[in-house]
Write a protein that binds this ligand. Structure first.
Ligand SMILES: [Zn+2]
Length: 400
């Protein structure tokens, strides 16, 4: 098992294959060679099925995604998809018959780097339809999403067509952590108990544009002063007082943006994250209060709009329990953790019990060509996915 995982990891990103064979086509070819059935749905989500005893029972899904970032690495998505295929092959090699069909899934466009939004495949799967507004989406290269989708589907004629959003009994995804905590603590397995919530705010503080040289302090209504003092207060409190809170100001602009003018207004984005809805509410209220108080103090007005609100998504108890049991069976050290990034599991969470398994990546680095996973950790993660699949079927009370 270990060597074949490594071989496939290398093969999936090898230069020759990237140029000549799309990763889904390569995976489909490997699957057909093993006698598995290959399907794709109208979103080009790819499914590889190994039948169970009960052909009518909704399948248990394991997998991840095969797309990447423009300067992405070899493991984000690919590890979870290829490890899932390894699980299917291992079940086949060991002659293990499950009651429930097991299917590997490779979700379409998780990253959203060419066509936004990301996680289109799992989102449409959980909705059961393709949102009308997606038809007019254009990629960063000007190509229409609908044309790229049609081309992707046509490129895999070996796959049988299947409807979008069929019932499933559960979902399990192996992924690299994309952060440094497992590596720092020298723990090979993260048992992911949920995805944290995210809120985006757009804040505009308006004051009065005036001459930089002639306007004395008493006559200034400077929105930059209001913004910086509010931010200072927030940076000193939000994250220092709560390890699970995240506050990021990623974009800030002053208008008119002239070197010798006090700005008339300053606009900025605020990205807030937390695993608990209550805490997100409190932190959002803290942000609002900080800007309002600071704007009032400096004779400015503030306008705050919420542009994005993704609730925290706790994963299913039964699936987490199965993963815990698997770690125990394999004797692998593990810890519970919350995912800081979005994943397909977030959307699948709306339709089925699910959880995720994380493995460490070097220096926590991801979305970078230097992304690296120690082979030992790839193997541990794949063994965890295999054992967890069997244990989760038990904890979900699906007969073996
Ligand atoms: Zn990913």
């Amino acid at each position: 098992m270990p060597q074949s995982v490594q071989r496939r990891q290398a093969a999936s990103t090898g230069r020759r294959l990237v140029r000549k064979t799309r990763p889904p086509a390569l995976l489909a070819e490997l699957a057909l060679r093993r006698g598995f059935r290959v399907y794709q749905d109208p979103l080009a989500n790819l499914f590889i099925r190994r039948d169970g005893k009960d052909g009518h029972h909704p399948p248990f899904l394991i997998g991840s995604h095969l797309d990447s970032q423009p300067t992405g690495g070899r493991y984000d998505g690919a590890l979870g998809t290829l490890a899932a295929f390894e699980v299917l092959e291992t079940l086949e090699d060991a002659g293990i018959v499950t009651d429930v069909p097991i299917e590997v899934v490779a979700w379409t466009n998780e990253e959203g780097s060419r066509f936004a939004p990301g996680a289109m495949g799992s989102m449409a799967f959980s909705l059961g339809h393709i949102p009308e507004s997606w038809q007019d989406i254009q990629g960063t290269d000007g190509v229409f999403w609908r044309d790229a989708l049609a081309e992707t589907i046509a490129a895999l004629p070996v796959a049988e067509q299947r409807a979008l959003g069929f019932p499933i009994s559960g979902y399990l995804e192996l992924h690299i952590e994309q952060g440094p905590s497992l590596e720092n603590e020298n723990i090979p397995i993260g048992i992911v108990t949920g995805v944290q919530g995210t809120r985006w705010l757009e804040v505009t503080v308006a004051g009065q544009a005036a001459h930089a040289g002639t306007t004395q302090l008493a006559f200034r209504r400077d929105p930059m002063v209001a913004v910086t003092s509010a931010l200072h207060m927030l940076y000193e409190t939000v994250m220092p007082e709560d390890d699970n809170a995240r506050l990021t100001i990623g974009r800030i602009a002053a208008l008119p943006g002239s070197v010798n003018a006090i700005p008339g207004s300053v606009s900025l984005t605020v990205d807030l994250r937390h695993p608990l809805t209550d805490r997100l509410n409190t932190i959002e209220a803290q942000v609002l209060a900080a800007f309002q108080a600071s704007a009032a103090l400096h004779g400015c007005k503030v306008d705050i709009r919420k542009t994005f609100d993704m609730s925290p998504a706790p994963f299913s108890k039964a699936v987490i329990e199965g993963v815990e049991q698997a770690a125990g069976h394999l004797g692998l050290p593990s810890k519970h953790m919350i995912s800081g990034a979005f994943h397909d599991a977030l959307y699948v969470a709306r339709v089925a019990p699910r959880a995720m398994i994380f493995v460490p990546c070097r220096d926590g680095l991801s979305h970078n060509e230097a992304e690296y996973v120690d082979p030992e950790h790839s193997v541990a993660g794949t063994q965890m996915l295999f054992q967890s699949t069997l244990d989760v079927l038990n904890t979900l009370a699906i007969k073996q």
